[in-house]
Design a protein around this ligand. Structure first.
Ligand code: NDP
Ligand code: 2IT
Length: 446
């Protein structure tokens, strides 16, 4: 019999100082333990350790020169977690906080998320402790090139296909792709989130945020609640937050907040389509700060160094980063009448927060279910690259809706509790786990 607590203790001793990794593994093991123990053959093959410990961890030094001529170094990483059901797949994060623990948690989560998408993708994550914030265009380009000088040996369209995450968007993917091509002489679908003129899929930029809202609609439908007219708190103001906000606005909801790591803005009138266009320009063209929204629209308030979770609303969509909602924040959300939380970010709720949401029987979706739209459309980008075709925006969007609906159905199937409450955490974990486990069993001890 596998005992989740024993496996976790063992991992803690072998990998000390990796709290995010242990947190992510603990949350999954607690919910799959019963299912796992129904299959004695899994235990005989020590499937659990083979699933928790990454297949391969690549670490390298990235050396680049800043505009002042200083030679700078950063760490580069790629965690190839599991390729039982398809090539390694997952984003690259460029942020000063990046370390092995964070990337191991993200690669572990990605494995289950990718399994849920119904597409053939394994799990991976990578990145660097380099942050593009405050860097010039030239510095970002030279850094991306230096990063790819090492990474290119380890990736390929049938091997490992990186994409974006925090600090890595279309601009960075373009530079990474250019350098890969320069080094290998190959024009290949080796990254996703590319520009549409060189193999990128329509709707990939929108996919994560749109997918979160499609999943949210499915959750609300289980309780006959309409999204239109609801007040929504969104954190972050990057890729995921932007398109979650756009879809909410399009569907008639009232988006009250956006944030960045310096604070949040609260607009009591709601961020309408026109104000949203301002945000897109501010963030994507001028790379400005969310504080500037309150200067542009004086009816909005800026709260420095605070997070938006104490405002009154119906729905919360955390779209910034891990552990951004703690137990007290969650209690405040519940007390203020929030009915649904769908995670755009990866692991934004602490274990204490998750418990508060579930005890209150909220509609609560973990990131690996609700934010899977991004990697799903990455998978569709890989398909389009393989067939050397580009699908229309409608074709991709319809496919995305279908996938988010399938993930929701799977959560219901594996996560419905005796009292009828849908435990989306359990549903997503068990569904994601079973597919990978069966594939690993079929492929022997490797
Ligand atoms: P972006 O870099 O585009 O935006 C990140 C946003 O979150 C920024 O507003 C940033 O503020 C804020 N943020 C980042 N780190 C912190 C922090 N430590 N504390 C507070 N705020 C922070 O990234 P994405 O929108 O792509 O990613 C957001 C989340 O969504 C991440 O958890 C990512 O893993 C997840 N995700 C992304 C997918 C994608 O397709 N891009 C797919 C699935 C999940 P600032 O400018 O101050 O740094
Ligand atoms: O966390 C995620 O799913 C992503 N950052 C997207 C990964 C991808 O390969 O598109």
């Amino acid at each position: 019999m596998m005992k989740a607590t024993e496996v976790i203790e063992n991992l803690k001793q072998r990998f000390p100082g990796e709290p995010e990794y242990i947190q992510a593994v603990s949350q999954v093991l607690a919910t799959i333990e019963d299912e796992y123990n129904l299959h004695p053959d899994f235990e005989a093959a020590n499937l659990i350790e083979r699933l928790c410990i990454p297949d391969r961890i690549l670490q390298f030094r990235v050396t680049w020169t800043d505009d002042a001529g200083n030679v700078r170094t950063n760490m580069g990483y790629r965690i190839q977690h599991n390729n039982a059901i398809g090539p390694y797949k997952g984003g690259l994060r460029y942020h000063q906080s990046v370390n092995l623990s964070i990337l191991k948690f993200l690669a572990f989560e990605q494995t289950f998320k990718n399994s849920l998408t119904t597409l053939p993708m394994g799990g991976a994550k990578g990145g660097s402790d380099f942050s593009p914030r405050g860097k010039s265009e030239g510095e970002v380009m030279r850094f991306c090139q230096a990063f790819m000088n090492e990474l290119y040996r380890h990736i390929g369209p049938d091997e490992d296909v990186p994409a974006g995450d925090i600090g890595v968007g279309g601009r960075e993917v373009g530079y990474l792709f250019g350098q890969y091509k320069k080094l290998t002489h190959q024009f290949q679908g080796v990254l996703t989130g590319k520009g549409t003129s060189f193999g990128g899929s329509l709707i990939r930029p929108e996919a994560t945020g749109y997918g979160v809202v499609y999943f949210l609609e499915s959750m609300l439908a289980t309780r006959n609640i309409a999204l239109a007219g609801k007040k929504v708190l969104i954190s972050g103001s990057g890729n995921v937050a932007q398109y979650a906000a756009r879809k909410c606005i399009e569907l008639g909801a009232k988006v009250l907040t956006l944030s960045d790591s310096d604070g949040y803005i609260y607009d009591p009138d709601g961020i309408d389509a026109e104000k949203f266009e301002y945000v897109m320009e501010l963030k994507n063209i001028f790379r400005g700060r969310i504080r500037e929204y309150a200067e542009q629209y004086p009816s909005a308030q800026y709260h420095e160094y605070e997070r938006p979770w104490r405002e009154v609303a119906d729905i919360a969509l955390p779209c910034a980063t891990q552990n951004e909602i703690d137990g007290d924040d969650a209690a405040a959300l519940v007390a203020n009448g929030v009915v649904a939380v769908a995670e755009g970010a990866n692991m934004p709720s602490t274990p204490e927060a998750v418990k508060v949401f579930q005890d209150a029987k909220l509609l609560y979706a973990p990131g690996k279910a609700s934010n899977a739209g991004g990697v799903s459309v990455s998978g569709l980008e890989m398909t389009q690259n393989s067939e050397r075709l580009s699908w229309t925006a409608k074709e991709v969007d319809d496919y995305l809706k279908r996938i988010m609906n399938d993930i929701h159905e799977n959560c219901i199937r594996y996560g419905t509790e005796p009292d009828g409450y849908i435990n989306y955490v359990k549903g997503a974990n068990v569904a994601g786990f079973m597919k990978v486990a069966k594939a690993m069993m079929s492929q022997g001890i490797v």
